[in-house]
Design a protein around this ligand. Structure first.
Ligand code: ASP
Length: 604
């Protein structure tokens, strides 16, 4: 069917589709938007007209709007863009739609303009329950973004960005842009590189973060910097990673860790208040990396549930059973237990699954006790005589509970039990009606995890690598071990954690060239290599740097949690797939031969 398309002419919208209310009854108005849905009620046509502000019910009556208008309206397809002029009328009480902001009124249409027709849709935009596959929705992202579900997340993101800017400006931060074409400097992940046409054979890199630039800005005296910075990393993607993500990136001069914490806490309090209407308690809880690992088996523990570890090393070491005692007795060994209240109900099959979980995560095995008389005899084989009661007292076990425990080298063992803790905790959250990982929970458990080890030993590459990045200041009292025992060096390095998610990492920085060079040396960089890669920063340090510290906070993940979503793709307007492709514009793509020729690039 041919539709007669018209221009705006002298029509202007007087209201959005989310605006009209009972007080507007009687007014003549003009609305423009997309046809969300049409319903033909035998001679009367209803259209839900939609824009990003909401939806308004428009009615075409033959008596008021005329037959010809009704006839044209009845041929409108979903997602046509139309303009209507009409009169607002209050709905009778029984017709009020309380779920719609405009549910008290409808618009009696008098004139219709069809501004744009829509081809048959690849999927229905008005389908809220049975969504089309994500790939199809990503290919037609502009259609998917029309859905209120996603457009509200875009609005949330905007509000959060504005709030962050407002808050940080109020704290004397300057928003400063740093370059997108930078020198290639390894920062942990792989760089995206951009060939230079002017300097054939040379490349720029896209920044993994503005780290070096923000530190240079401190040397430049900018004192407090922030930026909503795009960060690009050529990583193997995981569900909640994207090749490009945005950070609320900040850096401060003449501060300690505590000052960064206070600023960031203020920022989150403002974000939650402004965007969610929620008051978060500050200061946030703090714990060291060691505490977090030994108590929760994770450096980003979810504190919405308990299941804290209980240290049973001493008792386990006394067991006559080698599998229980040996790991606990060995130097650096631990035995850790989790009490599961009421856990004696758990089936044997389930308990064996728990064991598979910890074994899969690197522990040797898992022992489980049900706290019930019938089981005492076999438990006494492991903890004879009074030892069993000592064990139960230590873990605080009550009749009807279960206790699971394991032993071995501390970090690996705690980590493995931590995986089980998360699993049991997720089930518990589910029971409480909170979606395991993110959900729409109103329980926000922020946490600072601080004092991480500076290095991590890479077994494959046989070298020490920085746990975060190489610009992190070691604890002053650990500086003496830097060369002799790098594993013993802890750093002024911190993560902000929320409900089991890492929101960001930061540190007090090394501001002295001598310490910076020592750290690089531990990582196996020679003086020459260090200068080749980071020369400009090392040189800048020679002209006196203020002590400084900062953090990079993952904006996408923050919005995802605020919006109660599971995927960061939902909060990015044009996200990439898990294989770093954009289904909408088809990138990455091959380029013309002329382009590669000009760049001096030949493919092998
Ligand atoms: N640049 C760091 C990162 O991207 C954050 C920081 O240390 O401020 O993880």
């Amino acid at each position: 069917m041919e539709h007669k398309l018209e221009g705006l002419g002298d029509w202007r919208r007087t209201h959005t589709c989310g605006e009209l209310d009972a007080v507007d009854a009687g007014q003549t108005i003009t609305l423009m938007g997309w046809v969300h849905r049409t319903r033909d009620h035998g001679g009367v046509l209803f259209i839900d007209l939609r824009d990003r502000y909401g939806m308004t019910q428009v009615v075409f009556h033959p008596e008021t709007g005329g037959k010809e208008q009704l006839e044209r309206a009845s041929h409108l397809g979903n997602e046509f863009v139309i303009a209507i002029r009409g009169v607002v009328s209050a709905r009778p009480a029984e017709a009020v739609n309380a779920t719609l902001s405009t549910g008290k009124i409808e618009v009696d249409a008098r004139e219709l303009k069809i501004l744009s027709a829509c081809e048959p849709l690849p999927f229905q935009v008005n389908e809220e329950h049975m969504l089309a596959s994500e790939d199809l929705r990503l290919k037609y992202r502009y259609l998917d973004l029309r859905r209120a579900d996603l457009s509200q997340l875009m609005a949330l993101r905007h509000n959060a960005a504005m709030t962050a800017r407002k808050f940080l400006s109020s704290q004397s931060f300057l928003e400063i842009e740093t370059p997108l074409l930078v020198k290639q400097t390894p920062e942990g992940a792989r760089d995206y590189v951009v060939p230079s046409r002017v300097h054939n054979g040379k490349f720029y890199a896209l920044p993994q973060s503005p780290q070096l630039y923000k530190q240079t800005l401190m040397i430049a005296g900018m004192d407090r910097y922030f930026q909503l910075a795009r960060c690009l990393r050529d990583e193997d993607l995981r569900a909640d990673r994207q090749p490009e993500h945005t950070q609320i990136d900040l850096e401060m001069s003449f501060v300690t860790e505590d000052d960064v914490f206070a600023t960031v806490e203020g920022l989150f309090a403002a974000l939650w208040k402004e965007c969610l209407g929620v008051t978060v308690q500050t200061p946030f809880l703090r714990m060291t990396y060691d505490q977090a690992m030994r108590t929760y088996g994770s450096d980003k523990p979810d504190l919405r549930f308990g299941f804290e570890f209980i240290d049973v090393t001493e008792i386990s070491a006394q067991s006559p059973r080698n599998v229980i005692a040996n790991g606990a007795k060995a130097p650096g060994g631990v035995a850790v237990a989790i009490r599961i209240p009421g856990g004696s109900e758990i089936s044997g099959t389930q308990l064996r699954k728990y064991e598979d979980t910890v074994k899969g995560a690197g522990a040797g095995g898992l022992t489980f006790f049900k706290v019930q008389a019938a089981d005492r005899e076999k438990q006494q084989v492991i903890f004879p005589d009074a030892l069993l009661d000592q064990f139960y007292t230590k873990v605080g076990a009550l009749e009807g509970d279960a206790v699971v425990f394991t032993n071995g080298p501390w970090e690996r063992t705690c980590k493995a039990l931590g995986v089980l803790r998360s699993q049991i905790g997720a089930a518990e959250l589910e029971k409480r009606g909170l979606n395991g990982k993110t959900g729409n929970e109103q329980e926000w458990r922020f946490l600072w995890v601080r004092e991480f080890p500076l290095f991590e030993y890479n077994e494959d590459a046989k070298r020490w690598e920085p746990k975060h990045h190489m610009f992190t200041m070691p604890n002053p009292e650990h500086l003496e071990y830097l060369e002799s025992d790098p594993g013993k060096v802890y750093a002024q390095l911190y993560d902000l954690v929320l409900n089991g998610n890492e929101l960001g990492s930061g540190s007090v920085r090394i501001h002295r060239p001598d310490i910076q060079e020592r750290v690089m040396k531990v990582m196996g960089l020679t003086h020459e290599q260090a200068h080749e890669k980071f020369g400009f920063l090392l040189e800048a340090y020679q002209y006196a740097s203020p002590p400084h510290a900062g953090i990079g906070l993952g904006l996408d993940r923050i919005i995802m949690l605020m919006g109660g979503r599971d995927s960061i793709r939902d909060v990015i307007a044009f996200p990439k797939t898990a294989s770093a492709a954009s289904l909408m514009d088809g990138c990455p793509s091959v380029v013309d031969d002329d382009v590669t020729k000009e760049l001096g690039i030949r493919f092998v």
